[in-house]
Design a protein around this ligand. Structure first.
Ligand code: AMP
Length: 119
């Protein structure tokens, strides 16, 4: 069972923000912004690339509700999905990172030497 499935099953504790039958939002253990939430489907889906569109149709309003609950709908936020190896995905269970609570920077994200190959 993956680490996020263990959180869903209650085998690992999480600081939950919101949940319904299908989705769960909880605080990231290693926050990269003043507010850093992870939003997951309870049913295991490996990554964004394999996510059925019908699931996203239901997940979108849930994500919007999380933003409202944290009042990030007023100030703004960033959603990030790391997909696969080059995307930096470490936990193989679909998750949206919701980052906010401060004006976020937009750093250059690629490793410089790697990026030069494509310039
Ligand atoms: P990613 O690199 O996109 O796969 O992101 C995985 C995220 O999960 C990282 O930001 C981790 O800090 C976070 N994370 C890993 N284990 C836990 C946990 N037990 N509770 C909360 N967040 C976690």
């Amino acid at each position: 069972m993956c680490i996020f499935c263990k959180i869903v099953a209650g085998e690992i504790p999480a600081n939950k923000v919101m949940e319904n039958e299908e989705f769960l939002a909880f605080h990231d253990i290693n926050p990269k912004a003043p507010i850093h939430i992870l939003i997951i489907p309870k049913h295991h889906v490996e990554n964004f690339q394999s996510t059925p569109p019908e699931l996203m149709a239901k997940m979108t309003p849930f994500i919007q509700e999380v933003a409202k609950k944290l009042e990030l709908d007023k100030t703004g936020y960033r959603l990030i999905v790391n997909n696969g190896e080059d995307g930096g995905q470490e936990v193989m269970h679909l998750h949206f990172h919701m980052l906010g609570g401060a004006k976020l920077s937009w750093p250059y994200l690629a490793i410089e030497e790697e990026a030069k190959k494509y310039m």
